[in-house]
Design a protein around this ligand. Structure first.
Ligand SMILES: *Cc1c(COP(=O)(O)O)cnc(C)c1O
Length: 402
């Protein structure tokens, strides 16, 4: 066991191999040290764990089902199980982590939460948890994303959160994170509730740990269903890496379990409009962490593109950079069109409308051939209500109108 009391390959400086650490100005490092100390104090505290697990059960609705998908299994000639994070309160896995961090904020005596959001899903999860716990909430969101994601902005406002437009740079997620970090530096009384397994340590470790309930449940549920707790494959989509970290967590040290990550290729990995960080990224520092990121010719952070707002992040969490680099995790780059097609496939075969992010993981069924005895678990990170416009305006909706 290491400093972080983690089963992950992390050292005391927060590095996973060559990726991770904390690259921030000294003023911000003070806040991070305080956070790290609190995290290490409480993460295994039985009272903290009880409060966390009770809320996951009674408020989020966990355990989320592990559903054997019979028609999908037949179509692809294998055994497909879907981990239904889409059935969580607020519609995605993000709430697991938001609850964990908000409980920590309360233990630290913080009364104000700041968060960043891209598509607004982490913003909604954070605003929800702040309402639940009586905390003040400010969400930084790119000005462009505010225009593109109206319903989530309205949900956050209804929940009592302040939505603050991030107006620097490209006016999207990348800038929202920068502005949230800056606000935290200016006022250490804030608690910065980050939404993915990214940022300086201890964030990647902490977020992975709060999401690890996903693989903990998969193990139990598979054991009940099949008599074996390990599947042959676990498949998850990658934005910053939090749902994948949660789905992979308890299998990372089980070499027989193959881990497949689906990153967003956008219009194609070579199109210039992509978010396939692991395929084309280079080493660098983004949002306080040494990781892989997409750069332009000048070496500056390159704007990511994916039709899926939850996946268009120019970096990736350091754990996943390490798992990809060492070959422990296999990577598939999935285009917008492949993901859209997979969304219609799941909807028509099983009556489940997945989030566009999750559809990237589902598309792996088309890209890979699995054996007839293989057990393949796919993490359905969220539900697709927010994506209906994209779905119905896509070519795959044709012929479905009559
Ligand atoms: C935010 C989001 C993602 C991407 O974020 P990760 O941190 O990589 O999990 C994926 N799916 C859904 C439904 C999301 O809301």
């Amino acid at each position: 066991m290491n400093l972080y009391k983690s089963i992950l390959p992390v050292d005391e400086r927060g590095f996973y191999g060559e990726f991770g650490g904390s690259f921030v100005p000294p003023e911000l490092q003070k806040n991070i040290d305080e956070l790290q100390e609190a995290y290490l104090r409480y993460v295994d505290d039985p009272e903290f764990q009880k409060e966390f697990n009770d809320l996951l059960r009674d408020y989020v609705g966990r355990p989320s089902p592990l559903y054997f998908a019979p028609r999908l299994s037949e179509k692809y000639g294998t055994n497909v199980y879907l981990k239904r994070e889409d059935l969580n309160h607020t519609g995605a896995h993000k709430i697991n982590n938001a609850i964990g961090q908000a409980l920590l904020a309360k233990r630290m005596g913080k009364k104000r939460i700041i968060a960043e959001t891209g598509a607004g899903q982490h913003g909604v999860a954070t605003a929800t948890v702040c309402a639940l716990m009586g905390l003040e909430c400010s969400v930084y969101m790119g000005e462009l994303d505010i225009q593109r994601q109206r319903p989530n902005v309205e949900r956050m406002k209804m929940l009592g959160a302040k939505v603050i437009p991030a107006i620097s740079g490209s006016k999207t997620l990348n800038d929202a994170v920068n502005e949230a970090l800056e606000a935290w530096m200016k006022d250490p009384e804030n608690f910065y509730l980050i939404g993915s397994a990214v940022g300086p340590q201890p964030y990647p470790e902490m977020v992975a740990r709060f999401q690890s309930v996903i693989s903990e449940e998969i193990k139990k549920q598979l054991k009940e269903r099949t008599g074996k707790e390990n599947p042959d494959y676990v498949v998850a989509c990658l934005g910053g890496g939090s749902n994948a970290a949660g789905a992979f967590y308890h299998f990372i040290n089980e070499p027989a379990v193959r881990l497949i990550a689906a990153e967003a290729a956008g219009k194609g990995v070579d199109s210039g409009e992509t978010a396939a960080t692991l395929t084309i990224g280079e080493k660098g520092v983004l949002h306080g962490s040494q990781t892989l990121l997409m750069k332009d010719e000048q070496g500056k952070v390159k704007e990511a593109y994916s039709l899926s707002a939850g996946l268009d992040y120019p970096g990736i969490g350091p754990l996943h950079a390490h798992l990809a680099k060492t070959g422990r995790m296999e990577v598939e780059a999935v285009t917008d069109d492949e993901a859209l097609k997979a969304a219609f496939m799941l909807t028509r075969e099983e009556g489940i409308i997945p989030a566009l992010e999750s559809s990237h993981a589902l598309a792996v069924l088309e890209k890979r051939k699995f054996g007839k005895d293989d057990v393949v678990v796919i993490n359905i990170s969220g539900r697709g209500d927010k994506d209906l416009d994209n779905y119905l305006n896509s070519p795959f909706a044709q012929g479905n109108q009559e």
